[in-house]
Design a protein around this ligand. Structure first.
Ligand SMILES: [Fe+2]
Ligand SMILES: [Fe+2]
Length: 313
């Protein structure tokens, strides 16, 4: 409010003072306004950032959830497919084993050896292969393949196959053909087991010294599987009853195999066989349980067969 008593001069002075004060206030206000603007713009930025981060997070977690869900479905389908595949593989394997068994059975119809011969010699073969250090897959191969060693006998005339007396040279030559016939039956194998079976069928009568048949191959040219089966097959033939012989005692059979060391048989395999003879005898006793003469009886009845009598001279 104006004071009537103030002179013009006093008003002027008051005006200048007031103006100075206002200028100071205005400067202060301008400074705060700048500060406020700075703060506001930072707040806007921070808000925008928070919002976008929230959005990102939401987006990422939604995408992540979708990927996880898809992955779960894929996993589930994959597990189902693997299960189906496992079952199909198992079915094929069983069917395959069935086919092998039928093939072995068919060859047994044409053979005067018993089914237990097949069982014993395949078990001996697996045991000898294990002593050689074969892995599980190779052991399974020899277990399934060795029973097919004489599958070629399907192609040999009954008059020769079932002849009780000694075979003539021609008949023996005909009999030898069971190896090449077996090899031909198993020709072009489509699995490692059948390839193993083919080698065994073809080469189980080859000899270490090269005097065997059909190829007359020698030493390590003879596939290892066939060298193993050769010992197993011979040991079982020696210790079993055959139309032309009584079963030979274990020690006599071992002596015959020892005699064939480096001649008929792979020397390293013979050493393994003889060192571990107890294991082979245990296999024999387990398979023959209750249906074979005991060792004392075998020893008491032992006599060389006509054929072996000649060979022993
Ligand atoms: Fe044979
Ligand atoms: Fe045999």
């Amino acid at each position: 409010m104006l004071d009537k008593n103030f002179s013009i001069e006093e008003y002027r002075k008051l005006y200048v003072e007031q103006k100075e004060l206002n200028r100071g206030l205005e400067q202060e206000l301008a400074f705060h306004r700048v500060e406020l603007e700075k703060f506001r713009s930072e707040a806007v930025k921070a808000y925008a950032l928070t919002r976008s981060q929230k959005q990102d997070k939401a987006m990422i977690s939604a995408q992540g959830e979708k990927i996880l869900k898809d992955l779960h479905v894929v996993n589930k389908n994959l597990r189902a497919k693997v299960k189906e595949l496992d079952k199909a593989k198992k079915d094929i394997y069983e069917a395959y084993k069935g086919t092998i068994n039928r093939l072995v059975l068919a060859s047994e119809y044409k053979d005067n050896e018993t089914g237990n011969h097949i069982l014993r010699m395949s078990n001996y073969s697996v045991y000898l292969a294990k002593l050689c250090g074969f892995d599980a897959k190779a052991l399974e191969e020899i277990e399934l393949a060795s029973p097919m060693h004489d599958v070629g006998k399907i192609g040999i005339k009954d008059s020769i196959l079932f002849k009780n007396g000694k075979l003539s040279d021609d008949e023996f030559n005909e009999m030898k053909r069971h190896t090449t016939i077996g090899g031909a039956i198993l020709e072009k194998p489509d699995s490692p087991i059948l390839e193993c079976a083919r080698q065994i069928a073809l080469c189980h009568h080859e000899k270490w010294n090269g005097r065997g048949y059909p190829g007359g191959i020698r030493g390590e040219e003879i596939p290892l599987h066939a060298r193993i089966v050769s010992i197993s097959d011979t040991f079982d033939a020696l210790t079993s009853k055959r139309p032309y012989k009584t079963p030979y005692p274990i020690d006599v059979s071992c002596d015959i195999i020892k005699k064939g060391r480096g001649e008929d048989f792979d020397p390293a395999l013979v050493d393994l066989f003889l060192t571990n003879i107890d294991g082979f005898v245990a296999i024999k006793n387990k398979i023959d349980e209750g249906c074979a003469a005991d060792e004392a009886e075998i020893k008491a009845n032992f006599a060389w067969s006509e054929r072996d009598k000649v060979e022993q001279k």
